[in-house]
Design a protein around this ligand. Structure first.
Ligand SMILES: Cc1cc2nc3c(=O)[nH]c(=O)nc-3n(C[C@H](O)[C@H](O)[C@H](O)COP(=O)(O)O)c2cc1C
Length: 193
């Protein structure tokens, strides 16, 4: 199984890092695309860039899943083409700038191009959007993307599992992102279980 994971420059770098952990822990191969601002935000929020955090996650999990980092500006990378097969794409955290670019169809970078391909190929595209409050422009863009088939999954963890740490909150959210791609997991707190 292979998934495209994109990390953009919204707050919540920990969601991107833990999403990567969730995927590799479930033996899912990952094509990883990070925006330049995602790296700056990771430095600010995690105290290390995305590259260092990815290496750390892989070391800690010891998973044999493959993680391939793709260049943000490389339009010749495999997810640029609909002929390249994968099970879907997650963008988390997803900035409103990236939402606007995908909604416009302009696809000026590999994250937006790969998302555009998911929409045209009718493959799962899950957007872990993070911004508050949302402007009317954001809401219009999100509606367009939802109408085009994207799943809008705000990075807003649930509280009914009574999480005690930020990590627990983030991980139950990541479990719900795996759910959205149909990946069996025990990361999501299940109401009634
Ligand atoms: C520390 C930091 C936090 C940010 N948080 C958000 C956010 O939560 N949501 C958002 O839409 N943009 C946020 N931004 C602004 C985006 O980084 C900016 O719009 C950028 O153009 C996004 O580009 P990208 O989507 O290509 O990564 C933040 C920027 C910084 C530096």
């Amino acid at each position: 199984m292979k998934v495209v994971l994109a990390v953009s420059g919204a707050s919540g770098a920990i969601f991107g890092a833990e999403m990567l952990r969730a995927l590799v822990c479930h033996q899912v191969d990952v094509d990883l695309i990070c925006s330049p601002v995602a790296d700056e935000v990771a430095e600010q929020e995690l105290g290390e860039g995305i590259g260092c955090r990815v290496a750390r996650v892989l070391r800690e999990t010891g998973s044999s899943a493959q993680v391939r980092s793709l260049d943000y500006d490389d339009f010749a990378a495999p997810p640029s083409s609909g002929s390249y097969r994968h099970q879907g794409m997650l963008i988390v955290p997803c900035s409103m700038a990236t939402v606007g670019r995908i909604a416009s169809g302009a696809a000026p970078n590999l994250i937006c191009r790969a998302a555009d391909v998911c929409l045209k190929e009718r493959r799962p595209l899950v957007l872990g959007v993070r911004e508050t409050p949302l402007s009317t422009i954001h809401l219009r863009n999100l509606l367009s993307l939802s109408e085009a088939g994207a799943i809008i999954a705000p990075a807003a963890p649930s509280f009914y599992g009574q999480p005690e740490t930020i990590l627990e909150m983030v991980r139950t959210y990541c479990g719900r992102m795996l759910d959205a791609l149909g990946i069996e997991n025990d990361w999501a707190f299940r109401w009634g279980s």
